[in-house]
Design a protein around this ligand. Sequence first.
Ligand SMILES: *[C@@H]1O[C@H](CO)[C@@H](O)[C@H](O)[C@H]1NC(C)=O
Ligand SMILES: *[C@@H]1O[C@H](CO)[C@@H](O)[C@H](O)[C@H]1NC(C)=O
Ligand SMILES: *[C@@H]1O[C@H](CO)[C@@H](O)[C@H](O)[C@H]1NC(C)=O
Ligand SMILES: *[C@@H]1O[C@H](CO)[C@@H](O)[C@H](O)[C@H]1NC(C)=O
Ligand SMILES: *[C@@H]1O[C@H](CO)[C@@H](O)[C@H](O)[C@H]1NC(C)=O
Ligand SMILES: *[C@@H]1O[C@H](CO)[C@@H](O)[C@H](O)[C@H]1NC(C)=O
Length: 485
Amino acid sequence: MRTLLSTVGFLLLLLLSHDGGLTGAADAEHNLIGTDSHTHRHRRHHGHRRGEIEYSALSCRAYSASLDEFGAVGDGVTSNTAAFRDAVSQLSRFADHGGSLLFVPAGRWLTGSFNLTSHFTLFLHRDAVLLASQEESDYEVIEPLPSYGRGRDTDGGRFISENGTIDGQGEPWWGKFKRGELKYTRPYLIEIMHSNGIQISNLTFLNSPSWHIHPVYSSNIVIQGLTILAPVTVPNTDGINPDSCTNTRIEDCYIVSGDDCIAVKSGWDQYGINYGMPTKQLLIRRLTCISPDSAVIALGSEMSGGIEDVRAEDIVAINSESGIRIKTAVGRGGYVKDVYVRGMTMKTMKYVFWMTGSYGSHPDEHYDPKALPVIQNINYQDMVAENVTMPAQLAGITGDQFTGICISNVTITLSKKPKKVLWNCTDVSGYTSGVTPEPCQLCRRSSRGLFCRVTSPRVQFLLKKLSYNVVTPEEGTCEDENVLF
Ligand SMILES: *[C@@H]1O[C@H](CO)[C@@H](O)[C@H](O)[C@H]1NC(C)=O
Ligand SMILES: *[C@@H]1O[C@H](CO)[C@@H](O)[C@H](O)[C@H]1NC(C)=O
Ligand SMILES: *[C@@H]1O[C@H](CO)[C@@H](O)[C@H](O)[C@H]1NC(C)=O
Ligand SMILES: *[C@@H]1O[C@H](CO)[C@@H](O)[C@H](O)[C@H]1NC(C)=O
Ligand SMILES: *[C@@H]1O[C@H](CO)[C@@H](O)[C@H](O)[C@H]1NC(C)=O
Ligand SMILES: *[C@@H]1O[C@H](CO)[C@@H](O)[C@H](O)[C@H]1NC(C)=O
């Protein structure tokens, strides 16, 4: 199967396509080592092996060309859509002959959407700025995503490069959206669709009309060193949204946004259930987020294909509505399970922990009210939060309890005017240890151990496979206890 890369949202870049479907970290390792277009290495870290994919697409391309060879003008005014499309089309001929790189020189390059291609690197000079056209007519209208059933989106590719800027110039879109003037869903700045082996590095993304980076139906993705900035008052400008993707690593990113900094998704109600493609094996680390009206990391609300095996660590949040938030609803089906978050530092938060089982928001009236989401084995550990209005609002679904919620070693300092009820826990069960202020009444400490630890063989196995640090089993487990919060 050849990697398919396209984009409507804006631009992209893709690299490394492989035959065969890659399904996991172990498979990826095996598969990637067989190619000549990247390097892969193992590192040792705290005594644990961490298998990490590294691509070296900057130096591996046999052929390169500069955008100005295609008649582009970097004056910020001239439209370069044709130049970009022409360049990608010409360079795509080298896909099977060593690949190609398109260099975008210093300048302000106005363009409508264009697609990327396989075995291709889009490289922006540090002083290059891609300006997204503000004309609706520069954006093709394409089919909605099959796992969402409605909405209008783009396709994508991959970016790789250093330090250049891609400016979505979203302002007219935000206004039109708020005034209900748009016939179609707003474009995403980058959409990577049906692709494998994607890297987006060292770029700045500004002011997307909607979500900034949307990898969907793709695998083996590295997103690193990005700065993503949008005004905190504008609608749906999520930072990075892995959606029905396998094996994604997001690291060293700084995101300021009007919506979730990272939102993990996998399709919407009956469409997502039918499509059945989860997001799994996701690692997020060293993220700094400011999101006053949304979450640092949201899981859902569109999670109907399932979300599993998520690890997040070393996260800093400032002035955000919530830390990790799980959003789901009756009718979603799917699951969110085996989520493991450790090492979060938060300052000025409305909620530290937030789970919402009644998020609502359905694509249409035909969702199945019997399709209940399964939320289980959610682990939060080693966190400090200051200036917090309410430590936890945890609401499962009546008759569909969220289980195996494990919170340990968390210190929360309240704001001057905290809520009266600090922990509000309904239809959730699990275990807490070493948490202040005192969690929900029904939580209890382990009779033996100080901290709850993940010890189920399945979870241990998954963590190992994902090269996570495997926690030493200690007394007291999440799963053995059936303690209602
Ligand atoms: C980009 O790819 C999409 C999806 O394959 C396609 O619909 C669209 O026409 C392509 N656009 C261009 C300019 O090639
Ligand atoms: C990109 O920015 C980083 C960090 O500021 C810097 O170390 C690096 O030299 C820059 N690279 C280029 C190609 O400008
Ligand atoms: C991104 O920038 C970092 C820091 O400057 C550098 O070490 C790394 O090689 C860059 N990555 C790419 C793909 O250029
Ligand atoms: C604490 O949070 C409130 C909002 O709840 C904010 O107005 C205030 O500036 C914060 N204080 C500090 C010291 O950050
Ligand atoms: C508790 O969490 C803090 C970080 O918030 C960490 O420094 C400390 O080592 C943790 N304690 C244990 C016993 O793991
Ligand atoms: C507690 O949660 C329940 C269920 O979601 C909700 O109805 C109630 O308003 C919440 N109470 C507070 C004080 O937040």
